[in-house]
Design a protein around this ligand. Sequence first.
Ligand code: SAM
Length: 275
Amino acid sequence: MELNSGEYAKFREYLRMSCGIELGDNKQYLVTSRMRKLLISNKIDDFSELIKKLQASCSSTLKQEVLDAMTTNETSWFRDGYPYDFLEKQFFPQWQQDNLTKPARIWSAACSTGQEPYSISMILSEINRLAVPSRRVSANIIATDVSQSVLTAAKNGLFDQFSVMRGLTPDHLNRYFLAQENESWQINQDLRSSIDFRLLNLQNDFSNLGQFDLIFCRNVLIYFSAELKKDILCRIRRLLQPGGLLFLGSSESITGAEEFFELTSCHPGLAFRAK
Ligand SMILES: C[S@@+](CC[C@H](N)C(=O)[O-])C[C@H]1O[C@@H](n2cnc3c(N)ncnc32)[C@H](O)[C@@H]1O
């Protein structure tokens, strides 16, 4: 199904307005390949009809399906290593010393299918498994995403063989997962219930989430305009507790939002502290 330049311009604008994602020039192939199944299953003949339906705001299900299809959900367990090393070797040990009585508040701001918040929760479980009962720490982990389909997958905690091979050790699998039929694995109930998954569009106000000690906003701002990225970083800064840290993706920077954060090394890797 082809997409002419007028239809592409309208679709691009729709996506930018609905979730902030900026499609580059000449990405028609991406739209046609990601939208083909949706058009067929909704019996929509062409992109003109789709755009009319989206603009007429007749179906929120259709809008959600478009977001699900157009978001890039690439993720893996303990992605890039260093944020999780920091949690294990610095953040939680420090928390055990300073704040044992209160839970740490951690937000995974674009959690995709859950590998990021579950990795955080596994680190916490490991710390507590090795600690005497009086030294155990707790955390409130909130995980959000704009895509309902990845959130549903994250909540179910079911992962195929390919996904579990991306960053999990055999020890993690044995300790935190139950083997299912069809070579899939389900993360255990304790870990599933340790995370509060919520639908949230980072374009919208998120100030009601409360204050956080750590925010993971990794590998999502790259899809937005410089203006939207700056706006989100400015609002994220307001949610960080004094001394709280933000982790971006390993190849992301705060360019354009230097006034809000200072760089801090977390040995190895970088994090950002609110100014
Ligand atoms: C590449 S994944 C990153 C997942 C994880 N943070 C990581 O680094 O492995 C990007 C995620 O951002 C989500 N996303 C895209 N636009 C968003 C928006 N406006 N608000 C919230 N999440 C969004 C997508 O649905 C997708 O799951």
